[in-house]
Design a protein around this ligand. Sequence first.
Ligand code: PBG
Ligand code: ZN
Length: 271
Amino acid sequence: MPNQFRYPISELQKVTKKVDELGIPGIIIFGMPNRKDEFGSEAYSDKGIVQKAIRKIKDGSDLLVISDVCLCQYTSHGHCGLVQEGIINNDETLKFLSKIALSHAESGADIVAPSDMMDGRVNAIRSKLDENSFEDILIMSYAAKFLSSFYGPFRDAAHSAPVFGDRKTYQIEPGNALEALREVEFDINEGADILMVKPALSYLDIIFRVKEKYGLPTAAYNVSGEYSMIKAASKLGWIDEKKAMKELLLSIKRAGADFIISYFALEYASL
Ligand code: PBG
Ligand code: ZN
């Protein structure tokens, strides 16, 4: 992905300083561990890359930090949940996700953002945080996350593609808007503070419906494939990159998103 980088801890503060100076209200972080295993244990280690990164960013800055909570970058099989005999074990996974969320909160994250799509994770994470006196840490739930081809560039960059099978037993089928709304409703009932729709562009109707129907803080994730398409077409001289970027972000806003997570953030804010 052009202009996107994986940063070592030592470079982090340079980037977050720029983010802060440009008036971007917050960042979301993803980890690239040195070691993967069956249980994704680097994801909840106190010495894990995300835990270290959060502490580093928060050292001397009050930039809002959102941490992505999932297993796929940390598991040897690349799935977002635990795999047992070739099947994703939803309920076992919840224990791990809540451990990850707690370790992020202990490191100083302001918002935890579960992106795994297991059923019941918002409830499991909320309970775990509350039991440990983190009542004020928010949950931004990837509530309507679709099974999408637009995640390709991210999976390449984060080495998080599943080694076998796909994510269709946990992510939402792209044709099913009603299932997306049901997923959102589960998350609201379980205590989600912010609802996210992902991807953004092919799912503007879902953003609109979620905002209209529930009126809660709604986020949209402008994903890697959406970013890369603009970059590629402009490299070929087929579209005006800046105009296309602005129009795209505007459309997400118009659809009803209160927050936009985007790889364009630095470029957009610089303009
Ligand atoms: C998985 C995860 C995905 C992305 C971030 N975390 C999707 C997936 O691989 O299913 C995609 C982000 C992007 O494409 O920008 N937890
Ligand atoms: Zn995942």
